[in-house]
Design a protein around this ligand. Structure first.
Ligand code: ATP
Ligand code: MG
Length: 217
């Protein structure tokens, strides 16, 4: 499903964010990318989403070598993926509803389906009273819940999650982790970056990173 072969990422010619990272993630696996701040977790997820190109090495997604793919092919692959960004990346001037709905609109779903799915998902994360609010006015935890909804609303085959519960209280974090468990049981491939192992997830494989190097997994 995901194959990373000897991938390095250099910023500014001398900042090695990743060094010779190789691993395979099979369909349906759940992997934790663990490592301290600055270890390269976000860089790694961005490479897996093909939004950053490796400086050297190769990424294949859904059995396709991404090096050979153009912008439209990459966009097509991403429709089968979801990404919960560490910094949320919501469109602040859009409503909560529009942020949640955007991928369903891109996928050409009917407005009836979109309406019921968006309401169902926003209710599920307790944001139903904020549906028509501006996303930029939400609190940190509310933004994180909206970012989670946006990433999973189209039932992606691969979910990449960058510190997905960092801004959530314990109860909500547990709720979200249970949802990841459900997605995992349904066959979604999950890659979750975190500073620490999650006590609620005992079904994940751990890939440990330190200063850009794989140190276990
Ligand atoms: N666009 C960039 N330009 C220059 N350096 C970068 C860039 N992105 C990341 N880095 C550097 O690469 C290293 C790894 O960063 P990354 O964001 O991947 O770490 P992280 O493991 O996600 O950290 P955190 O847990 O704090 O989110 C850091 O030293 C960071 O400063
Ligand atoms: Mg990070």
């Amino acid at each position: 499903m995901i194959v990373l072969q000897d991938v390095s990422k250099l910023y500014h010619d001398n900042m090695h964010a990743l060094r010779n990272v190789t691993f395979h993630i099979e369909k349906g696996e759940c992997c934790f990318i663990l490592g301290p701040s600055g270890a390269g977790k976000t860089t790694l997820l961005k490479i897996l989403y093909a939004m950053e190109r490796p400086t050297s090495g190769q990424l294949s997604l859904f059995e396709r070598n991404t090096e050979k793919l153009g912008f439209h092919d990459i966009q097509a692959l991403r429709r089968h993926m979801g990404f919960i960004f560490q910094d949320y990346r919501l469109i602040d001037d859009w409503s909560v509803y529009d942020n949640a709905a955007v991928i369903l609109q891109i996928l050409g779903k009917s407005s009836g389906y979109i309406h019921s799915r968006v309401w169902q998902m926003l209710k599920w994360v307790g944001l139903q009273h904020k549906v028509y609010d501006r996303a930029g006015d939400l609190s940190g935890g509310e933004k994180q819940r909206l970012a989670i909804v946006r990433a999973i609303i189209h039932d992606p085959d691969i979910l990449l999650a960058d510190e997905p519960v960092g801004s959530l209280d314990d109860a909500t974090a547990r709720y979200v982790m249970n949802m990841f468990h459900r997605l995992h049981r349904k066959g979604t491939t999950l890659v979750i970056a975190s500073h620490r192992e999650d006590p609620f997830i005992d079904f994940a494989r751990v890939i440990a990173l330190d200063r850009g190097r794989l140190v276990g997994g």
